[in-house]
Ligand binder design. Structure first.
Ligand code: GLU
Length: 497
């Protein structure tokens, strides 16, 4: 492969927000281009006007930018083979379709939607495969002119060869063969003058000098149609590589219940682009049988179609979470703090003052870095650091079989001792609280558990002493006082557990 000739494209249709499978296609194309120092092109396939979703193009491009998948040609950056929106390239498709008609490789079809519906119903009744019955293929020149003059709506269909087979060598799947007779005379140009996917894809891949078409397996059955078009139009055929299908862990078709989401949703939940890239790269490709964590640089260095598997790739959301956790732990604390802030500002109650102080978050980050799998989780884990008043049931204070009296005593004594503590750091807290447990004849877990609830409002929170240091002496004292007051409001006898 000569490097400078490698040109690949990601050709999304803006009919919705891109999901993982779609982005995986973008990533594999990008890795292939970057590995071979070729060109990565983005082309927007927006010829299906009725299915176009407003805002989808921006979402697709933002998703790519977020992941750091940069494109050498395409929307916004331009390039020598533009425009890169198919809706702006209609003349190319119309010219090609016309040429095919002139050559006898395509024909006008005047069948009405009603006739096609009837045809389909009849095919279903007879249990025949669906597809156009080629009625207009034989239309005589005279009736053609008559229909044209009468202004009948028409489309252009490809005159599919009825004999022989179409065979090609897929880089991933090896030799693939389709019988031509099984392929119907598919539409090239619709009655509104817009091309179908097949025509537009082939014309553009040719004009944009695409060397390799890397796309999802679901497009495999379109490939013989495309090859027929390449031949009829006398275009040079690119190489094809169909990426393995994605399935859920139960090997069924991917859906929301498998935890798949659009790329924007992953961004919103606080997955890191680096983790996402790593995870997506392993959906059908591998370096070897064991390596899981691969940096962007390593992926580019090592990516090869030879190691793309033919068998289905399994999407495992737990693995994504695990991987994201690894990438979060790898971040420098300051970097993680910076990334956490927007999530806190988005999700903390409105009563919390914004902007949130970076210096304050810097103190919290080390307490949670080991425990989070997504940035979104941070808010729930740390909201007590920002609350003015904690909202919890007093029962919660009675951890590990403690009762009203014991809790009260534990809190009152801790309060006294804390007040007297001059240095408020982890060491002094530990040096004071461990012996205190003994003095009160409590297990450390009981005393610490109660204090944890008193200062955080919950039973599970980051390490107690570190948490108390971040909260500061005054806030710890006032929260313990509040806990004592809460306890007083609760009748004693109902509190034993
Ligand atoms: N527009 C098609 C899609 O949305 C592109 C398929 C192809 O790559 O040829 O996936």
């Amino acid at each position: 492969m000569t490097a400078e000739k490698i040109r690949v494209r990601y050709a999304p249709s803006p009919t919705g927000f891109p999901h993982v499978g779609n982005i995986r296609t973008a990533l594999f194309n990008w890795l292939f281009a970057r590995h071979h120092k070729g060109r990565f092109i983005v082309r927007i396939e927006n010829t299906d006007v009725t299915r176009t979703v407003e805002g989808a193009v921006e979402v697709i491009l933002d998703g790519l930018r977020w992941l750091g998948i940069d494109w050498d040609e395409g929307p916004e950056v331009g390039g020598n083979y533009g425009p890169y929106f198919q809706s702006e390239r209609l003349k190319f498709y119309q010219e090609a379709a016309k040429r095919l008609v002139d050559q006898g490789d395509a024909y006008y079809c005047y069948c009405t939607p009603q006739r096609l519906d009837e045809m389909r119903a009849e095919q279903m009744r007879l249990k025949q495969p669906p597809g156009y019955d080629r009625q207009c293929r034989q239309i005589s020149a005279t009736s053609h002119i008559l229909k044209f003059v009468s202004g009948s709506r028409r489309v252009i269909r490809f005159r599919t060869p009825l004999e022989k087979k179409t065979t090609f060598k897929d880089i991933i799947r090896g030799e693939v063969t389709f019988e031509n007779a099984k392929i119907d005379d598919f539409i090239l140009l619709k009655s509104d003058g817009y091309p179908t996917y097949h025509l537009a894809s082939v014309v553009d891949d040719n004009l944009m000098k695409i060397s390799h078409v890397l796309r999802a397996e679901e497009w495999l059955s379109s490939t013989p149609r495309h090859l027929m078009l390449y031949k009829a139009l006398d275009y040079k055929t690119p190489q094809f590589a169909h990426l393995p299908i994605l399935l859920g862990t139960d090997r069924s078709k991917l859906s929301k219940r498998h935890g798949v989401a659009s790329i924007t949703e992953y961004q919103k939940k606080g997955y890191l682009p680096e983790a996402m890239i790593n995870f997506l790269a392993l959906l059908g490709w591998s370096l070897d049988d064991k390596t899981e964590i691969l940096s962007r640089k390593k992926l580019i260095e090592n990516f090869s179609l030879k190691r793309v598997s033919q068998t289905a790739a399994i999407f495992n959301k737990d693995k994504l979470d695990w991987m994201n956790g690894i990438y979060l732990r790898k971040l420098h604390s300051a970097d993680l703090s910076r990334q956490i802030i927007p999530f806190l500002e988005r999700d903390l109650p409105l009563g919390v003052k914004r902007p949130i102080s970076f210096e304050y978050i810097e103190k919290i980050t080390p307490l949670i870095q080991e425990r989070i799998k997504t940035l979104e989780e941070v808010t729930e884990l740390t909201d007590f650091f920002f609350a003015n008043e904690l909202d919890y049931q007093p029962d919660l204070l009675m951890v590990k079989k403690m009762n009203h009296q014991l809790v009260n005593k534990a809190l009152e004594t801790s309060l006294l001792k804390l007040r007297r503590l001059s240095a408020f750091d982890e060491k002094s807290l530990e040096a004071m609280l461990r012996p205190l447990a003994e003095e009160l004849e409590l297990k450390t877990g009981q005393l610490f558990g109660t204090l944890r609830v008193a200062v955080t409002g919950r039973t599970a929170a980051p390490p107690l002493f570190q948490t108390m240091v971040v909260l500061g002496k005054d806030r710890c004292i006032s929260r313990i006082k509040m806990a004592i007051a809460k306890l007083k409001e609760t009748p004693e006898e109902t509190n034993e557990n």
